[in-house]
Ligand binder design. Sequence first.
Ligand SMILES: [Zn+2]
Length: 190
Amino acid sequence: VTPASVLDLFRSHGALLDGHFKLSSGLHSPAYLQSALVLQFPDAAASLGQALAEQLRVMSPTVVLSPALGGIVIGHEVARALGVRALFAERVEGRLMLRRGFALRSADRVAVVEDVLTTGKSTLETIDVAAGAGVSVVAAGAIIDRSPHAVDLGVPFVALARVDVSSVPPETCPLCAAGMPAVKPGSRPG
Ligand SMILES: [Zn+2]
């Protein structure tokens, strides 16, 4: 698995499109990323999980923790490849937390895994879920890093590929200025 092969996989499933898109955040972007279109194929999810696990293994995680919903499938595959548990945190009244009887043990070494790192906000919130429980977070990982600039997560971060695309307000969008109509993708972009 190389960065180019990951992006090829995304493009071949329509999970990475070039154009002019209106994101759920209201921002406009020349790229649309929807990892669920790749992860719906279990073989693809497994090979991406395996590749991410290989990069995270050096940190000896004992549990993978992912933000729901976007991180669940890839988190599960990374955990399978590492032979550790796969937990997810979900939002209750806007705040990420562990539910369903999920528990972290004080000796756990947590790897936070999500599908796409955009602003880093959900990864940071997920790190806080573990840190708030007094458990150490040893690394974070994502299939694709599309953050506009290097985000300091406070832990080592690995991604299988990077997509350099800017998201801008419509007022300053060069594609709008060029008169190209913006389209709204089917569901929430990664
Ligand atoms: Zn625009």
